[in-house]
Design a protein. Structure first.
Lengths: 326, 345
């Protein structure tokens, strides 16, 4: 269980950002997860309202980020979450009724939350959107958005591949028709140049490995493979070995197996959206807003990532993951 | 009433060797497989290379093991829509038990085997006892398994995929049975291909040469008549569902030990591919007709096409559309061949 938190970034990213990982729906709890986590103290109280089901390890990292910021800034943080947009709206309404000084909201379903968010803003409570909902954040009147743009993260990965000296990139999409995955690949293509997509099926990783191998045999010129899921990353590493290809493998979604593969040199780097920051930064921003009148971001999003797990920092990341902050 | 009119009785005429061959259920699939093989062999470089052939053979094997079991079940007149999710379930049971509950790997594999057998038996028992269509019963099982796979995995591991499986004690011992390979020059023979061939041979033998084989055809052809002539319908059907579940267990293990990971969504949606392979191989949806070799050929067609499209460097976003056309084509060819053969006598 040591690296549980880190490992679950895979799932959480999928459920949260655009359902990228494996199409698995979030578990639906019968009741809301309203256990308010009080941290720190002082005169400011902010609410973090997410669309997470209880016990989601990705959001545990976000939550510990928010609590750490609360302790350091002397801000009381109350955390709640519910995957049902209607219930999440109620949680936002509750926070407004409690007269908090700021609400951070993850908008997995922006339209479902629109009314509550605009009511909060009308009541004078500043809102920051986190993790998902970047495209609607500004329209709804949020101060800023803290999260990762899939396109930008893809661009980062593409540039990194180029600096590794790769000439021809293969981007493996494991879920047909997923916008988030497509934007990652198109971002990579933008900065990398010669890149191709390959479609595989996440529900059959063993065969995905065969398909990647076939592609490498058919086109020996491919010397970079970008996968978007930790399981597919492992399949790509195995396929590369079987096809005796020297291609470099990198992946989105950090998990403990991926971190180990990075340490072993099988995976060159893993793209991390750094969930800790998605809890930490909004709390700090609200503190600045209340105490100093600052508008961080100036209406533009603040990016929490991408961060990269490479051989240089993988051991460190493992240590932080064990402590629940990565 | 002369002797000549007795020998002219059509039931006693021995058909020619050629028309007997033409009447086999797998003949259409064999022709289609040959065409696809020649097509990709001539149009791509990698398809016929040692590495390429190993890849599409292994891809076919993963589907073929299931397709053969599903074909037996379809000949017996039933469907199993839970077959895909069951692959995930069996893999997840082993993965979760071994990595998180630190159960001995072999014990975990045994638990998974027993669980698969029980779920298969339950499927069969429900279908026979309730007289509901197996389509509905196994659709129910499918959803239950899909939910249990996700919720159970998250409950125990807090994640949706099994991590660190390759570090489990005994992983490389068990891999000998489920994930090993042998080198013949540049050609890598994966153990899944061996399993596939063995199962196809065994299933063909059972169907053609044994009493349970006759029972399978009988219950699929007409359940009531079969019961009236003394065929043990309940036993036959439960046996068929258990065979499918055990094949799912085998594929679950092969995939788990090959990739050293399994996700909660593993196998979902794959059940239709197994049915497609069986139908392309000549199985009728109504039961009572089909063959194991045909299903194996259906899987071979699927595997060759799946990898062939990649070898040919076509945009594999079109894969599903291509497969749909191929399925329809194969069924039409099958029908045509069968009708011609029956008319010719």
């Amino acid at each position: 269980m040591r690296f549980r938190t880190l490992a679950v970034v895979a799932l959480a990213t999928s459920v949260l950002v655009a359902g990228c990982s494996n199409g698995a729906p979030a578990t639906n709890p019968s009741a809301g997860n309203n256990g308010a986590a009080k941290a720190g103290g002082g005169d400011i109280t902010v609410a973090l309202v997410t669309h997470a089901a209880p016990g989601d390890a990705f959001w545990d990292v976000v939550k510990s980020g928010a609590e750490a910021a609360g302790r350091q800034e002397g801000i009381t943080v109350s955390y709640s979450g519910d995957p049902d947009p209607a219930k999440q709206s109620q949680l936002i309404d509750n926070a407004v009724a409690q007269k908090v000084q700021g609400i951070a909201v993850s908008m997995a379903n922006p339209d479902g939350l629109k009314e509550s968010i605009q009511k909060a803003i009308a009541a004078g409570v500043p809102v920051i959107t986190v993790n998902s909902g970047l495209e609607k954040s500004r329209e709804f009147g949020a101060l800023t958005h803290v999260g990762q743009s899939e396109e930008l993260a893809g661009e980062g990965a593409g540039a990194k591949f180029r600096s590794l000296g790769a000439k021809k990139l293969l981007c493996v999409i494991h879920e047909a028709g997923n916008i988030g995955l497509e934007s990652r690949c198109s971002g990579a293509k933008k900065t990398f140049g010669q890149a191709e997509n390959l479609q595989v099926d996440i529900s059959n990783i063993a065969d995905a490995q065969n398909t990647i191998k076939s592609k490498l045999l058919a086109d020996p010129g491919i010397d970079g493979i970008l996968t978007l899921n930790d399981g597919i990353a492992k399949a790509a590493v195995a396929a590369k070995k079987e096809a005796r290809s020297a291609a470099k493998v990198a992946t989105f979604d950090v998990s403990s197996d991926v971190t180990d593969a990075v340490l072993a040199g099988d995976i060159s780097f893993a793209v991390d959206q750094q969930p800790y920051l998605q809890g930490y930064l909004p709390v700090v921003f609200f503190g600045l807003k209340v105490r100093n009148g600052n508008d961080v971001g100036g209406g533009q999003p603040v990016y929490s990532g991408p961060g990269y797990v490479t051989r240089d920092n993988a051991a460190q990341v493992k240590k932080f993951a064990a402590a629940g902050t990565r | 009433m002369t002797a000549a009119s007795v020998t002219a009785d059509e039931r006693l005429v021995t058909p020619s060797w050629a028309s007997r061959m033409m009447r086999r259920p797998e003949v259409g699939a064999a022709v289609a497989a040959l065409i696809i093989f020649v097509f990709f062999s001539t149009t791509t470089d990698a398809f016929l290379s040692a590495g390429g052939a190993a890849t599409w053979l292994e891809s076919s094997a993963q589907f073929g093991i299931m397709a053969v079991a599903v074909a037996l079940l379809m000949i017996g007149g039933e469907f199993d829509l839970s077959a895909g999710a069951m692959v995930g379930t069996t893999g997840l049971i082993v993965g979760v038990l071994a990595t998180h509950l630190h159960v001995n790997l072999w014990v975990a594999v045994l638990v998974s085997l027993v669980a698969a057998a029980l779920i298969g038996a339950l499927n069969g028992w429900l279908v026979v006892r309730t007289r509901l269509p197996s389509f509905i019963v196994t659709l129910g099982t499918f959803f239950v398994l899909q939910g249990v796979n996700l919720a159970g995995t998250k409950l125990v591991t807090g994640q949706v995929s099994v991590q660190g499986f390759a570090d489990v004690a005994g992983f490389y011992d068990a891999r000998w049975a489920f994930g090993s390979s042998a080198q013949f020059g540049g050609f890598t023979l994966q153990i899944s291909v061996v399993w596939w061939f063995l199962l196809t041979a065994a299933a063909t033998w059972v169907l053609q040469r044994t009493r349970p084989g006759n029972w399978i055809f009988a219950v699929g052809g007409d359940e009531n008549s079969a019961r009236q002539v003394g065929v043990p319908v309940l036993r036959t059907k439960i046996g068929l569902f258990m065979t499918t579940a055990l094949a799912a267990f085998l594929v679950g293990m092969l995939q788990l030990f090959k990739t050293s990971t399994v996700q909660a969504s593993t196998g979902v949606g794959q059940e239709f591919i197994y049915i497609i392979c069986a139908v392309v191989g000549g199985c009728l949806l109504t039961g009572g007709y089909g063959s194991a070799i045909g299903a194996a050929l259906g899987a071979l067609i699927y595997g060759m096409t799946l990898q062939g499209i990649v070898f040919a460097q076509w945009d594999n976003n079109w894969l599903k559309a291509f497969l749909g056309v191929m399925l329809l084509g194969a069924v039409l060819v099958n029908n045509w061949v069968r009708r011609r053969a029956e008319m010719r006598k």
